[in-house]
Design a protein around this ligand. Structure first.
Ligand code: ZN
Ligand code: ZN
Length: 148
């Protein structure tokens, strides 16, 4: 979805709200079995003293595979959104912290997907203290000791 910022680009203090769902086709991760609910983004782009900032959050529910014990578990995930949007020039084109205007619009889907991916946990654990699998017999040690 393109979001027009025409109304706020020149007006410090103004803002525009957004609310949308993200397509999950490009948001596949080995540890995510499937999305139980489409990631839903809510937030606002506002002009803070001439700087365009995006704030908000993405919420979704996931069916994941535990990286340690390989069992499936459900989890809710909230991704905080924070970004600065600027006009592209020769000096800032490679800055990974920035997102760029396309005329007076932004590609909201691309910004939201990028922030979602950057925030994706590197580890998916069914619980903080998951004991994982016995390296010898493969038993799930969350279910009790294996006797090895
Ligand atoms: Zn586990
Ligand atoms: Zn064992």
């Amino acid at each position: 979805m393109k979001l027009s910022l025409r109304e706020i680009i020149e007006i410090p203090g103004s803002g525009v709200d957004f609310s949308c769902e993200l397509g999950t086709e490009d948001l596949a991760f080995p540890s995510i079995v499937r999305y139980l609910s489409a990631p839903r983004a809510e937030g606002r782009v506002y002009n803070e003293a001439g700087v365009l900032r995006l704030r908000g959050e993405i919420r979704t529910e996931l069916l994941c595979l535990c990286d340690r014990c390989a069992s499936e578990f459900e989890t809710a995930k909230t991704t905080p959104l924070s970004a600065v949007i600027v006009e592209k020039n020769d000096d800032n084109a490679d800055d990974p912290e920035l997102f760029f205007l396309d005329g007076d619009e932004i590609d909201l889907d691309e910004i939201l997907s990028t922030l979602f991916i950057l925030d994706m946990d590197s580890k998916f654990l069914c619980r903080e203290d998951c004991r994982g699998l016995c390296p010898k017999c493969g038993r799930n040690l969350n279910l009790g000791p294996c006797g090895c």
